[in-house]
Design a protein around this ligand. Structure first.
Ligand code: SF4
Length: 451
């Protein structure tokens, strides 16, 4: 097969390290016809707010939008599981012609009576933006009648990129913050932002911080609770993972409540340890926190180190392509894969900004392809040309990997096992190893044949 061509209009969003000049464009609408791997604005909001387990989530739109995001994350709850429903107003032709406000109003009343949620999030989808329903007015009316926060999420699918959906989710959360009582919150306290409790990850991270002697006021949004979010303005520090989704909220909290924030990642030994040490250093007036942090890092790494060494032998020299939502995760994955002895042949993200891609360029080796808002053909092209052994991505990248006859590691929000924290690093290494070294690949067409 002839080499796969890149669409002319996409060329400025792809860069191969070593080529000059480096002038990547990003943060723009996906190219029509390019079949972007990126989700819509509504989906961006839905994935951020989804793990809030005691809230009602209602999708105001046609049933397809709700079905598409139903139970979209492997986010676990230690209590209620209201988040796992995908309620919808199921807008049809008549509603599009005559408006869907009444339907939304009665749906909210019925659901609030049936489930007694602590709050409700109402997601606007494409058609709602087109017909012009006043969702905010309906939410306000229901909130007054039922006495709970009913929050509009302005996430019409067409109005931007997935990143705009993150912002809409942050704006909805921001309306809750400041409504709770902060009495009793100590000076060594944090909010964990951008951690979604996939496979229980928030519990793992929370446990490390609590062992350090740091109080966790709220997690946004993993295993999230409305009452904790309401009082999160009482915390001394915001610790932001998944910076693409939650930096906007951290900035708003800094401006309004004076809470500083730091960016961290919980993936890989290096970044996980930095995430703990950075918090310990922030509370530098308490040397006991730093001492406990050292002990935790030492103990946790010692417990997984022997197993990692065995895996490294099997993975040495294997090649991986990374395509993830936020660029910050890509940074951690590059470090984690290097630790395992693997080479990264492609690193891409759906929502990276200029600063992120500049940093990716610094981190990557010569010849690594950096890509923004990729499509399946581009990913396939570089998997073939660079002879990758593995794709790390999400549900939409999985079939690409299997069609190419190579291993796959799910590092997105649908997965069920924790990959964050020290135990997560071991899970990650084991999963990558199992996939890359699976005997099934001996049945694939010869890698070097002409596809
Ligand atoms: S693009 Fe529009 S119609 Fe499609 S899922 Fe998103 S909100 Fe719904």
């Amino acid at each position: 097969m002839a080499a796969i061509e890149i669409l002319k209009e996409r060329k400025s969003q792809i860069y191969e390290k070593g080529a000059e000049p480096f002038a990547m464009t990003c943060g723009k609408h996906s190219l029509a016809g390019s079949v972007s791997q990126r989700a819509c604005v509504f989906c961006g909001s839905r994935v951020v707010l989804y793990p809030i387990a005691d809230a009602l989530h209602i999708v105001h739109g046609p049933i397809g939008c709700a079905a598409y995001t139903w139970d979209i994350r492997g986010a676990l709850s230690s209590g209620p599981e209201l988040h796992r429903f995908s309620f919808s107003t199921d807008l049809r032709e008549n509603d599009v012609i005559f408006g869907g406000e009444k339907k939304l109003y009665y749906a909210l009343l019925e659901l609030i009576d049936a489930y007694s949620p602590k709050a409700a999030f109402v997601y606007s989808t494409c058609i709602v933006g087109i017909i012009g329903d006043d969702v905010a007015a309906v939410c306000k009316k229901v909130s007054q009648e039922k006495g709970i926060p009913v929050l509009p999420v302005h996430s019409e699918g067409f109005k931007g990129t997935k990143k705009d959906g993150y912002k809409a989710a942050c704006s909805a959360l921001f309306q809750l913050i400041g409504q709770g009582i902060t009495a009793g919150i100590g000076k060594y306290s944090i909010n964990i932002l951008g951690e979604f409790n996939i496979g229980g990850e928030a519990w793992i991270i929370k446990n490390y911080y609590e062992r350090m002697g740091v109080e966790v006021v709220s997690v946004m949004t993993g295993d999230g609770r409305i009452d904790e979010i309401k009082k999160s303005h009482g915390a001394a520090l915001n610790v932001v993972q998944c910076s693409g989704s939650m930096t906007h909220l951290a900035q708003m909290m800094k401006e309004k409540y004076g809470i500083p924030f730091i960016r961290v990642s919980y993936f890989g030994l290096e970044d996980m340890s930095d995430a703990l040490y950075d918090v310990a250093k922030h509370f530098g007036d308490n040397p006991e926190i730093l001492e406990r942090t050292r002990n935790i890092v030492r103990d946790e790494i010692s417990s997984i180190y022997p197993k990692l060494q065995k895996i490294k032998i099997l993975l040495k020299g294997k090649k991986a392509a990374i395509y993830v939502g936020g660029a910050f995760k890509a940074f951690s994955l590059i470090k984690a894969l290097r630790y395992l002895g693997m080479d990264v042949i492609l690193a891409g993200s759906q929502t990276g900004n200029e600063e992120d891609y500049e940093l990716l360029k610094e981190m990557c080796d010569e010849g690594t392809v950096i890509v923004d808002d990729a499509n399946p053909l581009e990913l396939s092209k570089y998997v073939i040309e660079k002879d990758a052994d593995l794709i790390i991505g999400g549900v939409k990248e999985r079939p690409i990997a299997y069609k190419m006859g190579i291993g796959f590691c799910d590092h997105n929000h649908e997965r069920k096992i924790p990959l964050a924290g020290y135990v997560g690093m071991l899970n990650f290494a084991e999963e990558v190893c199992r996939s890359v070294t699976s005997p099934v690949w001996k049945f694939r067409p010869r890698r070097k044949r002409n596809y």
